[in-house]
Design a protein around this ligand. Structure first.
Ligand code: NAD
Length: 445
């Protein structure tokens, strides 16, 4: 099929590459000429595992190309995915859906034959109805169908999640639209192990928000239990393991740490909280307010842990700070808990010397007041303590790092605010290990 993907950011570029891998002819439309130019070379403008390989495979053959021209996409494709951003409004009161509405307002009049618009962005319930209105008012031809197909991919796993999703959710209201999405996703559905859930558009909108809010709830719940563990001397990792064995609970999202972050969950939970408040859904409002309050308080807990670990005020100390990305596997620093904590430590007078394998340039750009180091060892050299702020495997699972770092960091105190560290090699190399909601471990103890 001939497909366009409008908005080639973290979601759209991954989706465009996946569509090409599934065998479609794809044009990606990206309004930012710099991002578009990089994608057109067959490389990604952000780090995402596996992305460069797919782009390098499909851009040179012409099966996947990128343009800044919506008119070109309208002329070429019969299916148009909307993957533009839906940031939080400046006043925090719900989503700014202007990119979605704006893209539709521009696209619809350019369509000269029947086509299907498939929205993938995360939106407030009611947005599909507004888009339907735009189609009714602006279409120059009959047969423009609208589908809402929320995306559930996880950054750091975007390529794999696009090709092997847990489910495909489509909100639609006509058999023609259903026939089109079945054709688009036929290569995935042919595997026989994935459910395509077909609902009305409003249900699809709510289901996506509800799923994100539930994940955030799980994360805040286990973080709240980490506080209980801190106060009782219990071990949150064991508590989470015991809980997760129960099939009704599961292990996903059950690692205590700095709380959720990134370009999606924080704004999606905030926007959904605002939406349910407007609706008068008081139970949901109370729940989501509590979830967000726990998430905010993780920064206080982390600052307390760092202060306790070093045993004195932070002013004047140097912190070897490993991680800036909001999670491992991506260069994305949007609403990164790692950088939020770095800011807090910086404000308390510490020199925070940051390393990250993929997001150093982004962090330098967004947080120029911090210090930066080209390697993890440079970051920790001569530091008064080491903080592991993003769960990259090269920090948490490489047994050589604690040995090499021990030579450079006499204090040998590591604070793992992600509870991701394989602590044994660190203990063996003489480090004292502090984690969230876990008793401190010292070498030889
Ligand atoms: N990032 C994720 O992992 C993820 C997962 C699921 C859902 N989502 C949702 O997907 C949407 C996009 O998220 P993202 O993280 O990719 O955002 P992003 O900011 O990385 O990407 C959006 C892109 O759209 C481009 N754009 C804006 N208007 C355009 C237009 N008129 N024509 C062409 N390009 C245009 C922007 O320049 C930007 O590159 C959001 O609604 C988000 O909530 C994201």
């Amino acid at each position: 099929m001939r497909v366009s993907v409008i908005g080639c950011g973290h979601l759209g570029a991954s989706h465009a590459a996946a569509m090409a891998e599934l065998g479609h002819e794809v044009v990606g439309v990206e309004i930012d000429p710099d991002k578009c130019a990089i994608l057109a070379t067959g490389a990604s403008w952000f780090y995402e595992a596996g992305m460069d390989d797919l782009l390098a495979k499909h851009v040179p053959t012409g099966r996947l190309r990128f343009t800044t021209s919506l008119a070109e996409a309208a002329a070429f494709a019969d299916v148009h995915f909307l993957a533009v951003g839906t940031p939080l409004r400046a006043d925090g009161q719900g989503y700014d859906v202007s990119q979605v509405l704006g893209a539709a307002e521009q696209l619809v009049p350019l369509l000269t034959r029947p086509a299907t618009i498939i929205g993938k962005s995360t939106v407030t319930v009611g947005t599909v109805a507004r888009l339907q209105q735009i189609i009714t008012e602006r279409a120059g031809v009959e047969g423009i169908e609208l589908v809402w197909n929320p995306e559930f991919l996880r950054e750091g796993h975007a390529v794999a999640d696009s090709l092997f999703p847990d489910r495909i959710l489509v909100g639609l209201s006509s058999p023609t639209a259903l026939a089109t999405v079945e054709q688009v996703y036929a290569p995935i559905m042919a595997r026989g192990d994935i459910e395509m859930v077909v609902t009305d558009p409003a249900t699809a909108e709510v289901a996506k928000s509800a799923a994100n809010a539930f994940l955030a709830t799980k994360i805040s719940y286990i973080n709240a239990m980490a506080q209980v563990c801190d106060l009782t001397g219990a071990n949150i990792d064991d508590v989470a393991h015991v809980m997760g064995i129960d099939k009704r609970i599961g292990h996903g999202g059950m690692r205590a740490g700095l709380g959720y972050g990134g370009g999606c969950l924080p704004k999606d939970v905030a926007a959904f909280a605002h939406a349910v408040t407007l609706l008068g859904a008081t139970d949901a409002t109370g729940l989501l307010d509590a979830v967000q309050a726990v998430n905010r308080s993780r920064m206080d807990t982390a600052v307390q842990l760092v202060t306790r670990a070093v045993g004195r005020p932070l002013a004047g100390l140097t912190i070897g700070y490993l991680g800036a990305a909001f999670k491992a596997g991506t260069s994305d620093v949007r609403d990164s808990p790692a950088l939020r904590l770095a800011d807090r430590l910086h404000d308390l007078g510490a020199t925070v010397r940051v390393h990250d394998p993929e997001s150093l340039d982004n962090a330098r750009h967004s947080h120029p007041h911090l210090a930066f180091a080209p390697t993890a060892l440079d970051a920790v050299s001569g530091a008064d303590l080491v903080v592991i702020a993003t769960e990259w495997g090269q920090y948490t699972r490489d047994p050589k790092l604690p040995v090499a770092a021990a030579d450079r960091t006499p204090a040998r105190t590591v604070v793992d605010v992600r509870n991701a560290l394989d602590a044994e090699p660190w203990l063996a190399a003489g480090w004292t290990v502090h984690q969230m909601g876990r008793p401190t471990r010292s070498p030889g103890a």
